[in-house]
Design a protein around this ligand. Structure first.
Ligand code: ZN
Length: 244
């Protein structure tokens, strides 16, 4: 079985479609997993939610999903994020917001635990250093854990049960799954922040016991144009062009 691992789609339909097309061209998958933040920031929350439902994603909640569903206080967000969350909440139907509000904070899929931020704080904690990742290594029962939230493709590996390392995850070089516990971030579909504008995602191949990192280019100027028309903050549109 093969599974696509996506996160931080952020209402970016063009990026999401490019990823789905890329997956198709790579032979397709048996299931889709999402580490949260389907909505927020971007101009197409409804169409992205439709695609998530159509592909029967197994998904956890991100901070943006729950903010739009009024389960997290929007005042905890910075100005642009709050503005986009308020705009999104105004656009979505009660049924769509109900779907977002029912997304769990944590779930298990095969050998992986899925959370948005971290096992310790699924909604808010950013895992960007080996020290903080180490503190989370004992907080999941499966061999591996998948996270999102920081929008940076990377992984943390616990070696000899004690030392934790942060490792870059270059596209094209598969990561072999072994005995060492791992916390893996697929990077963002809809708002990459590692200096690469292309949508980022993973494919997990169960038989081969490996995870590969993939990038899919899309025309971000189309998304930027829609964001302008919707009156979303200019900075949010501009950053799609820098991948930051
Ligand atoms: Zn996010």
């Amino acid at each position: 079985m093969r599974y696509a691992i996506l996160g931080d789609i952020h209402s970016n339909l063009e990026a999401f479609q490019a990823v789905l097309e890329d997956i198709k061209q790579k032979g397709g998958v048996d299931g889709f997993w999402c580490v949260g933040d389907i909505v927020g920031y971007g101009p197409d929350p409804r169409a992205c939610l439709e695609l998530v439902k159509e592909h029967q994603f197994t998904a956890v909640a991100g901070n943006h999903d729950w903010a739009v569903a009024a389960k997290v206080d929007i005042s905890d967000f910075n100005g642009d994020a709050a503005e986009a969350a308020t705009w999104t909440a105004g656009l979505l139907s009660a049924v769509e917001k109900d779907y977002l509000s029912r997304l769990p904070l944590r779930l298990v899929a095969g050998d992986f635990t899925l959370v948005h931020g971290s096992p310790r704080q699924p909604i808010w904690e950013y895992l960007l250093s080996a020290g903080v990742a180490r503190e989370n290594m004992e907080l999941f029962e499966t061999p591996y854990c998948l996270i999102g939230h920081s929008h940076i493709p990377l992984y943390f590996e616990l070696v000899d049960g004690e030392k934790c390392y942060l490792k870059e995850f270059p596209a094209g070089t598969p990561l072999k799954l072994g005995e060492n516990p791992l916390i893996i971030n697929p990077g963002a579909v809809g708002q990459p922040r590692d200096g690469d504008t292309r949508a980022s995602y993973l494919i997990y191949d169960q038989e081969k016991a490996e995870v590969s990192h993939n990038r899919a280019a899309y025309d971000f100027t189309v998304t930027q144009g829609k964001m302008g028309e919707c009156g979303l903050p200019e900075h949010l549109a501009a950053r799609l062009g820098y991948g930051m």
